[in-house]
Design a protein. Structure first.
Length: 119
C-alpha cells in the first residue's frame, strides 16, 4: 500500500469524524430536540467521546486514529439500534451509522498503511 492511498484513508476517516461530529451537534440542538433531557447533557454524552482522540487524529497519530476507530463503534451500535427502534429519527440514525463506518474503516486502513510504511 503506497503512501498516496494511505492519505486517502486518512481523509476518509476525517470525513467520517467531522461528519459524525456535525450530525450529532445538529441532531440534538436543531433537528430533533428532546424535552425530557437537557440539551447540554445530551451533547456531553454524545459529543465528548469524539473529542478524546481529536488532537492526535489531526496530528495523523496512528494510535489516536486507532482509538477513534474504536470509539466509532459506539456510534455504529447507537445508530443501528436507533434506526431499528425509532422510525421518526431513522434517517439521522442511518447517517450516524454510515459516518461511523467511514470513520472506522478510514482510520483502520490508515493505521494499517502507516504500519506498512514504517516497516
Amino acid at each position: 500500500m503506497s503512501s498516496n492511498h494511505t492519505i486517502y484513508y486518512y481523509y476518509l476517516a476525517l470525513t467520517g469524524y467531522f461528519g459524525l461530529f456535525i450530525l450529532l451537534m445538529l441532531w440534538h440542538t436543531v433537528l430533533m430536540t428532546n424535552s425530557t433531557f437537557p440539551i447540554a447533557l445530551q451533547l456531553i454524552i454524545t459529543v465528548v467521546p469524539l473529542l478524546i482522540p481529536l488532537r492526535g487524529l489531526l496530528d495523523k497519530n496512528p494510535k489516536s486514529c486507532a482509538w477513534a476507530a474504536y470509539i466509532s463503534l459506539i456510534y455504529f451500535i447507537h445508530g443501528s439500534a436507533e434506526s431499528y427502534v425509532n422510525v421518526i429519527e431513522r434517517p439521522l440514525a442511518l447517517m450516524e451509522t454510515l459516518l461511523s463506518l467511514l470513520l472506522f474503516f478510514g482510520a483502520n486502513f490508515y493505521v494499517r498503511g502507516m504500519k506498512k510504511i514504517r516497516e
